[in-house]
Ligand binder design. Structure first.
Ligand SMILES: [Zn+2]
Length: 105
């Protein structure tokens, strides 16, 4: 498995650079060093899923995709679960970032 722009966890990791809880100061324990490439975001995204972080994609009014990210504690507190489906349709912003990253790598 490699980076999947339709996977909300991979997409959120890429879009937000890494995952920060939106309700408390918890930051996902990202890996310092190493190559910052699509595999890196994929690893972060999938690790966050295994650790039960919640990623909630939503469309803003300008129909830009935004992600609400909750750490496992907050997800439990608010009783929400991560979005386990796949993002519908191409997300232009994320595809653009992917393309740009593939070009430089
Ligand atoms: Zn939190």
């Amino acid at each position: 498995m490699s980076f999947d722009s339709r996977d909300p966890y991979d997409a959120a990791a890429l879009y937000d650079m890494w995952l920060n809880c939106s309700r408390c100061p918890t930051t996902f324990d990202f890996e310092p060093g190493g190559n910052i490439d699509l595999d890196y975001y994929h690893r972060i995204g999938q690790q966050a899923r295994r650790d039960r972080w919640a990623v909630l994609p939503a469309r803003s009014q300008g129909s830009e995709l935004i992600f609400t990210v909750l750490c496992p504690d907050c997800a439990l507190r608010f009783g929400v679960q991560g979005f386990e489906g796949r993002l519908d349709g191409a997300e232009p912003v994320i595809d653009q970032i992917c393309e740009a990253m593939l070009k430089v790598s």
